[in-house]
Design a protein around this ligand. Structure first.
Ligand code: NAP
Length: 260
């Protein structure tokens, strides 16, 4: 039996929609299961979609994701709430229209231990209490010592999220670039860093190091980790990719226009 699961916002409109989708799929012989589902359906916004991917990040090979939005047109959620029938039909098809969504991989090395986390939109090092020093290298070559509140590394998909609020560029879909953006950098005669967003190829490896991360946080999408001691973070595109079922009719420009 084919298995599906749903991740949704908990407002009443979303709940009604979820019940309809669930009943339609069960009537067609599907089973709901959180264990190794073939399809993960996210109902809500882009934030809900991020939660769906993180929940199932350890079996991305065996499932695909589809998003139905109950608010404004999403970047990750591309079926509208009145397109449930089309969504069910498309899920049932033997060959669905899938695109691969690359994830950022962040290796956090502290005192000989290494922990890896993944992000769909971005990773950020943020310190709102103290000036954070960060030594930045690209592909092993030193770029700068940054001083300020922190740095953000975003994916193409994440370019319309936090990165956009930092004044970073929006990157059109199909370009798997990585973008490094400053979070309130200090720039004067003594302290200098690039000061503008830097767009890098998907093969790039960014290294961020500091001897002191006191009161700094590593944020990755909606998740976070405290960073206290001397730490080295390596950021690159991961081999892990989420498969996203898409609907053809909405262009990237249409989705972009719905953002503002
Ligand atoms: P959240 O409430 O889930 O999301 C915050 C807002 O960001 C929501 O309006 C969400 O859209 C939108 N969003 C998320 N991913 C997006 C994308 N790829 N493109 C365009 N908009 C997107 O907040 P959260 O749980 O704290 O964090 C999740 C993500 O939200 C983070 O990865 C970060 O990028 C973003 N965020 C942005 C800011 C900012 O711009 N200042 C602040 C906090 C978080 P929906 O309404 O469709 O869910």
């Amino acid at each position: 039996m084919r298995k599906f699961t749903l991740i949704c916002k908990d407002d009443p409109t979303t709940q009604t929609l979820v019940e309809n989708i669930k009943n339609s799929l069960i009537n067609k012989g599907w089973e709901t299961s959180d264990e190794n589902p073939e399809v993960v359906i996210s109902v809500g916004g882009d934030g809900t979609f991020l939660r769906a991917i993180h929940t199932h990040q350890d079996h991305l090979q065996n499932c695909f994701f589809v998003g139905i939005h109950t608010g404004t047109l999403g970047f990750l959620t591309n079926y509208a709430s009145d397109e449930c029938e089309e969504l069910i039909e498309d899920i049932e098809k033997a060959s669905v229209n899938l695109v691969e969504l690359p994830l950022l991989e962040v290796c956090v090395e502290t005192e000989g231990t290494c922990r890896t986390v993944y992000a769909v939109n971005e990773m950020r090092i943020e310190n709102v209490i103290r000036t954070q020093l960060l030594d930045v290298s690209i592909n092993g070559q030193r770029l700068e010592t940054f001083r300020g509140n922190g740095l953000c590394v975003s994916t193409q998909v994440g370019s319309t999220a936090y990165n956009r609020s930092l004044g970073g560029a929006i990157i059109h879909e199909g370009i798997n670039a990585m973008q490094l953006t400053e979070i309130t950098g200090i720039h004067h005669h003594a302290y200098r860093s690039l000061g503008s967003p830097l767009i890098l190829s998907e093969k790039s490896i960014i290294t961020l190091e500091s001897d002191n991360f006191n009161q700094a946080i590593l944020c990755y999408d909606y998740l976070s980790l405290p960073l206290n001691q001397k730490t080295r973070l390596t950021v690159s595109y991961s081999q892990r990719k989420a498969k996203l079922m898409i609907r053809d009719k909405k262009s990237y420009i249409d989705r972009l226009k719905s953002l503002f």
